[in-house]
Ligand binder design. Structure first.
Ligand code: DGL
Length: 253
């Protein structure tokens, strides 16, 4: 591994761009490959075995490309297979996101909290350990089946309908919202329209800081200036997805 090599980031689609944006802010001089696995989207309803097989292929591609670090920018894949991937590739730096439930414990423990995530994340052993450790006894867990798919599709009407049907009942009740799927920060404003002025928590910032610490510790930070290039690969090879990715990625930086 050397300093000039790229960092590989993946998600089941464009959701992980919300993580990449945070990483670009904290590590602006690195170069990246973003792999959007929209062909296999959603991961949220797949078995651990299926997700492992899919993610193993992606990790192999990043290793072939000599990535100096690999970021799993998907809460579902992180919760289900990060440990297995680290066991299989002990020499690789594999950084995984997790729902920011500890942040609630540290900063807004006394407030009623809604955790939104995929069914896969909510049911995972990894998330359950986190939940038990930091439980504030005022938390609702909401598996948002199908939400990541319609965000991926980019259909605003469907998103609004979904949110009305599924989160209206928490209006006036919850003050904290954990966005436990990397697709959800893309619809933060729509969630706010329904739930009002809640505090949002997502794991992207902690992950980006952790990635920087690990690279620093291993002396792998790229010191060259004006880098920050991102190669986008989408497994479904959709041009529309590519355009949407770069728009979301660079428009709001
Ligand atoms: N973006 C992913 C996550 O953070 C998964 C969405 C999906 O494919 O179900 O959980």
């Amino acid at each position: 591994m050397n300093k000039n090599e790229r960092i590989g980031i993946f998600d089941s689609g464009i959701g992980g761009v919300t993580v990449l944006k945070e990483i670009l802010r904290i590590l602006p001089n690195e170069n990246y490959i973003y792999y959007s696995d929209s062909k296999n989207n959603p991961y949220g309803d797949k078995s651990n075995e299926e997700i492992f097989k899919i993610c193993d292929e992606i990790v192999k591609k990043f290793i072939e490309q000599k990535c100096k670090a690999i970021v799993i920018a998907c809460n579902t894949a992180s919760a289900k297979v990060a440990k297995l991937l680290r066991n299989k590739y002990p020499k690789e730096i594999i950084i995984a996101i997790e729902p920011a439930y500890k942040m609630v414990h540290d900063f807004a423990y006394e407030k009623t909290t809604l955790v939104m995530a995929t069914k896969g994340t909510i049911e995972s052993e990894k998330f359950n350990e986190l939940y038990k450790r930091y439980n504030n006894k005022k938390t609702f867990l909401l598996p948002c089946v199908g939400l990541a798919d319609i965000i991926e599709e980019g259909n605003n009407e469907k998103i609004q309908k979904y949110l009305k049907e599924n989160i209206n009942k928490y209006t006036g009740i919850v003050e904290n919202v954990v966005l436990g799927c990397t697709h959800y920060p893309l619809i933060q404003e729509q969630i706010k329209e329904i739930l009002g002025d809640v505090n949002f928590f997502n794991g992207a910032n902690s992950l980006a800081k952790h990635l920087k610490e690990v690279l620093k510790e291993k002396n792998l930070i790229n010191e060259r200036k004006s880098e920050g290039k991102v190669e986008f690969i989408d497994s479904s090879k959709s041009r529309l997805k590519k355009e949407r990715f770069y728009t979301i990625c660079y428009n709001s930086l």
